[in-house]
Design a protein around this ligand. Structure first.
Ligand SMILES: Nc1nc2c(ncn2[C@@H]2O[C@H](COP(=O)(O)OP(=O)(O)OP(=O)(O)O)[C@@H](O)[C@H]2O)c(=O)[nH]1
Ligand SMILES: [Mg+2]
Length: 462
């Protein structure tokens, strides 16, 4: 069910950032876009946009009441060959904030309505130009923080996510139709002998969805970054490591144990991957109240860390604090950093490897040694061979993830009902539930409220 709507009004918005820039674009879209554009467009030769073909560009001025506001290149796109699927005119103007605003106002005075945030994309969706995942991909491209996020959004825009979801959904719809037909016409259609086959199809599709769900973690890493918590004993060199990684003396470093108390967060890009780095208080049984709070905060952060960097001062022996830390991080993805390798060391890589079962990198945060090895290790851990954008589809959107989880739950219920020998109409309800959940991802079964909510978070003019 596509909510095809015919819009009667024409909308306008500034589509570029509101800052002095080379070009400012004001976009007009709707049934009267070209007519309204003609009311503000003036051409030295008296040319009218209404007489021109689509996909053409025309030089002229934007005027109001005979006064020239700005020079322009007007780009003309005729329905359905535009982003929104409607007649669209984009005025390329000089990118001054005031001039662009005046152009916008002139077009509003000429009969267009100011667009809501995301309204152009909403129209593109409702006119069937793009589906929901593609509209969301447009926003992901705009907000991409690193190369991986950008590439993944590009793929989603091309329809990679919808395609994966649609294949599963079609197969499930087929099974639903089969059951419904048998229920409607029990004399001619029977499910006898078909149940096993159906069980297999549903199991297969459930696994396909589970695989997609597994990709969601990588997807989240791509878009939100990897939450990386630096832990270790006081004085191990955690803050020094943070400073080395970010390339700046942000965190206070002293030879006094217990220097860092609060959490310090910084963001870096490592080989195109965003790391959200958190420096924490050194873990020990602190007598100082403030330090103790810091230690508790550090432990708290470890619980939902995607990656732990455990810094060990190689020049002093391991003690019970280290064992507490190892216990704390044993179920987290970790890299152990054997720091201060410029000093004489009393701990070996092998020793640490054996105790932590994690890769150990020998470094000197103070002398900037070992950074490359650390970055390579992180890349290997998270994306080793894992990111091949050609055939893999990554779920990066939490909304999609939730819908997939819902579909998996419903399919679980279907299989359960089948195994329990429940009547067919029981299965078909949950099967339809799964189809609906998947349809919500692409927008086939999305309620209007949800559509409005999704597009309202878009930027102005998009
Ligand atoms: N020789 C040597 N000294 C280091 C190295 N890394 C850090 N240090 C020194 O160790 C001391 C403690 O460093 P910090 O980075 O403050 O250690 P921390 O783990 O953040 O300590 P707390 O915040 O107290 O938990 C400082 O004097 C650093 O200069 C290293 O690789 N080699
Ligand atoms: Mg510190």
């Amino acid at each position: 069910m596509h909510m095809s709507e015919i819009y009667s009004d024409t909308i306008v918005a500034i589509s570029t950032a509101m800052a002095p820039s080379g070009i400012g674009i004001v976009r007009v879209s709707g049934p009267d876009a070209i007519e309204i554009a003609d009311r503000v467009y003036s051409n030295p030769k008296g040319k009218r946009l209404s007489d021109q073909k689509g996909y053409t560009i025309h030089y002229g001025n934007v005027c109001e009441k005979g006064e020239v506001i700005d020079e322009t290149l007007a780009m003309l796109m005729r329905a359905p060959h535009s982003y929104t699927g409607e007649d669209t005119v984009e005025f390329d103007c000089h990118g001054g904030v005031l001039a662009t605003k005046r152009v916008l106002e002139a077009i509003i005075h000429a009969g267009a309505r100011p667009a809501e945030p995301g309204e152009f994309s909403r129209r593109a969706f409702l006119n069937g130009r793009i589906d929901l995942t593609q509209a969301e991909a447009v926003m992901d491209i705009i907000s991409a923080k690193n190369d991986h996020a950008l590439r993944s959004a590009q793929h989603q825009l091309k329809g990679s996510v919808s395609e994966k979801i649609s294949v599963v959904r079609q197969k499930l719809l087929h099974e639903t139709a089969h059951i419904e037909a048998a229920l409607d016409d029990p004399e001619h259609m029977s499910l006898d002998g078909y149940v096993e086959e159906m069980h297999e199809v549903i199991t297969e599709q459930k696994s396909a969805l589970l695989r997609l769900l597994e990709s969601a973690d990588s997807g989240r890493f791509m878009t939100e970054g990897i939450k990386t918590v630096i832990v270790g004993k006081p004085n191990a060199g955690k803050s020094s490591l943070l400073n080395l990684l970010i390339g700046e003396e942000k965190a206070i470093v002293t030879d006094i144990a217990g220097t860092t108390r609060d959490i310090l967060e910084e963001q870096i890009n490592v080989k195109g991957i965003t790391l959200r780095l958190l420096d924490t208080a050194g873990i020990r049984d602190a007598s100082d109240v403030i330090e103790q709070i810091g230690v508790e905060k550090a432990k708290e952060q470890v619980k939902d860390a995607d990656l732990v960097l455990y810094v060990v001062d190689g020049s002093v022996a391991l003690d019970e604090n280290d064992h507490e830390i190892m216990d704390l991080i044993h179920d987290r993805k970790s890299v152990v950093i054997l720091n201060k390798n410029d000093l004489s060391t009393v701990i070996t890589n092998e020793q640490l490897e054996e105790k932590t079962q994690a890769p150990v990198i020998s470094m000197s945060a103070k002398q900037s040694l070992g950074l490359d090895e650390l970055e390579e290790e992180i890349e290997k851990m998270f994306f080793h061979g894992g990111i091949s954008f050609n055939d893999e589809v990554y779920i990066t959107n939490v909304r999609h993830k939730t819908c997939i989880e819902e579909a998996i739950r419903s399919l679980g219920l279907v299989l359960q009902s089948m195994d329990d020998g429940m009547p067919e109409d029981f299965w078909s309800i949950d099967l339809m539930g799964a189809c609906d959940a998947l349809g919500k991802i692409t927008g086939d079964t999305t309620s209007e409220d949800l559509v409005n909510e999704i597009f309202s978070s878009f930027c102005m003019g998009k």
